[in-house]
Design a protein around this ligand. Sequence first.
Ligand SMILES: C[S@@+](CC[C@H](N)C(=O)[O-])C[C@H]1O[C@@H](n2cnc3c(N)ncnc32)[C@H](O)[C@@H]1O
Length: 358
Amino acid sequence: MTGRTEILDLADGTRIRVPVSDGAGLALWSSVGEYPVYNALVYDVMTADKVRNRAYRQELAVVAAGRRVLDIGTGQHLNWALHAARCGARSVTAIEEIPDSHAAAGALLARLPERERIDLVCGRSTELALEDRFDVCVSEIIGTIGGSEGAAAVLADARDRFLVEGGTMIPHRCVTMVAGTGLRQIMPRPAFDPRGLDYLRQIFDTVGHPFDVRVGLGSPVPDAPLTNAGPVETLDFATSPRPEGTESVELTVTRPGHLDGLLLWIQLYVGPDGPPIDSLFQSTSWLPIYLPVFDDPVAVTRGERLVVEVHRALSDDGIHPDYTVHVTLGDRHRTVTSTHHGPDFRASAFHAELLTPA
Ligand SMILES: C[S@@+](CC[C@H](N)C(=O)[O-])C[C@H]1O[C@@H](n2cnc3c(N)ncnc32)[C@H](O)[C@@H]1O
């Protein structure tokens, strides 16, 4: 492995050598939202995400006044619960499943006047029995692939058990888009941002072993696609999101290049009317995901067809989906996976380059 590297020392004694960027240009981050590795920095990044927060606050300002609001996954800062209360919600119940985050939220709330109107509960929404039903359910458990944090299973359950008939779900829907890309063209030596290594180590320790994590590109990459884009996961929270399903799309190469994988990113409609938040074009806390497909990049020319079929099925935790992706480019067919917690480890040349047993 050439260039700078670091060693991750895992709790099970495994040591993994990873390439690390020199701090300049594009770098990789593991996708963190699917795992209970949230810390103060992660919550600070979300609380500072102006694009995301503006959209949520606008929507709450439209629907919260006089309503009973449920905030699922309120985090350390109770962002939506506080805003709903300040918009005149009749009552607010805020749920957080990570005990440390719940405790930090409790300490914050104790200092604020909104404590009179916000009921803070510790637990996972799918495992809680709440006495009330709510007019509005607000949450931000949207992944870098829209459903990867378990939004479909969690919010389908919340609709069924907690929402009144005709109640409002925020966000309204999320569409995950896909396009073909050539990562090697924009990042000849894939390497992690050193600031993200501790999250990577914690993800492996939480899962119990290293595996082929999802990796995001550290900034929006609007010029990265070599094809047009299309939807491969559509979650409609306003009706009922389906935790499992298959969607496929036929794409066309729009410029010549060397295609080695797929870019996946979200278009999040926080309210029913657009425009959506688009993580390929806007700087937000959601990173575009790179999924390796071809170990050897394939030369493509304008007009060639790329067919992508994405199948999502719940992993054995019943919340987080695993994705199986079938790709056809000319006479080449590949099936790749992007799972929540393995077992694939170094299954692609890309992941073998990123994660080397030391
Ligand atoms: C992406 S953060 C969002 C935090 C905050 N709502 C915000 O938007 O700034 C997601 C939070 O939801 C929590 N969470 C995820 N699924 C949950 C569930 N089913 N029940 C309760 N908390 C959940 C996570 O622990 C995390 O704190």
